[in-house]
Ligand binder design. Structure first.
Ligand code: URA
Length: 297
């Protein structure tokens, strides 16, 4: 029974007891909350698959259309103009935006300078809906660096990466191979929380990539771990599914030519949803432990 509606002793709804508009709104908000919707960012939905596809077509040298499998489905009504709070659509992050991000990132000589640059950076629309910049934390000269996907709600509120549920699992994962969380450097592919915890778009990760790469260059880790699909794809320059990519030693080459051994691993948030996959994560952790032991010899 909806809130505000009363039943008679026979159980039937009385006409005069229709819920008020306020009750109906309140019930709707309760329903959204129970469904996990925690932030409202726009009145109209946006088809990010179609945006990504349009951008892929635009970038194809011959401008050919996308494959039928990935072709965006026609929508019932034309896409609404994007409100600024949703972040810039992909096509608006053009080459010059990326060049600008590259030259800004390359100018940072220290992590503090890089953080200050990102604090002032307005090129990425994600910052408009985020509460805080989540730059990164941990040892500034760590041998091991981890790059995750994007800050979530807890990270957005605290300004620190991996402090929520997946962060706690990450701490336990590292602990299981004898690595203390504060001995490693941790950052994300994008430093602002995407609205509603959606996956950052390829355009957003590409735009933030120069800052992530500079972060890596300034830390100069000896081993890099890419956590989850977006980080693995953008850093390892691969289209392979994370389930195939994980567990193999590859390498990341930064813009200044630094080549770092890198491994993709399943993201802790994925492991929380699919605990059965932890066996693969454990395997990868052992592979990582072996590499770290070799470096320590
Ligand atoms: N998930 C991530 O990928 N990064 C965080 O910082 C938190 C959760």
């Amino acid at each position: 029974m909806r809130r505000g509606a009363k039943r008679t002793t026979t159980g039937s709804m009385r006409h005069s007891d229709h819920p008020s508009a306020l009750d109906q709104w309140s019930a709707l908000l309760d329903w959204y909350e129970r469904a996990g919707v925690c932030s409202f960012v726009a009145d109209e939905p946006r088809d990010r698959f179609a945006e990504t596809e349009r951008e892929a077509t635009r970038r194809r040298p011959d401008g050919s259309a996308a494959s039928a499998r990935t072709q965006p489905q026609p929508t019932a009504r034309p896409a609404a103009a994007a409100p600024p709070a949703m972040g810039l659509p992909m096509a608006e992050h053009g080459r010059s935006d990326i060049e600008d991000a590259r030259s800004k990132a390359a100018s940072a000589q220290t992590l503090a300078e890089l953080q200050a640059l990102l604090t002032a950076y307005t090129g990425c629309g994600l910052r408009q809906t985020a509460k805080n910049l989540v730059f990164g934390n941990g040892a500034e000269d760590a041998d091991l660096m981890l790059v995750g996907e994007a800050p979530g709600r807890d990270e957005d509120l605290s300004g620190e990466p991996f402090v929520g549920r997946s962060g706690r699992l990450l701490d336990r994962m590292l602990g299981s191979i004898g690595v203390a969380r504060d001995a490693v450097r941790v950052t994300n592919t994008v430093p602002w929380r995407p609205p509603g915890n959606r996956t950052p778009t390829p355009a957003e990760t590409e735009l933030c990539l120069p800052f992530t790469m500079r972060h890596i260059e300034l830390v100069r880790p000896r081993v890099l771990v890419c956590l989850g699909s977006p980080a693995s794809r953008v850093l390892l320059r691969s289209d392979e599914a994370i389930t195939r990519l994980r567990g193999r030693w590859l390498s990341v080459t930064t813009p200044n030519g630094l080549e770092i051994p890198a491994i993709a691993m399943l993201h802790p948030a994925f492991l929380l949803r699919q605990p059965g996959q932890k066996r693969w994560a454990w395997r990868d952790l052992l592979t990582l432990r072996e590499r770290l032991a070799e470096l320590a010899r």
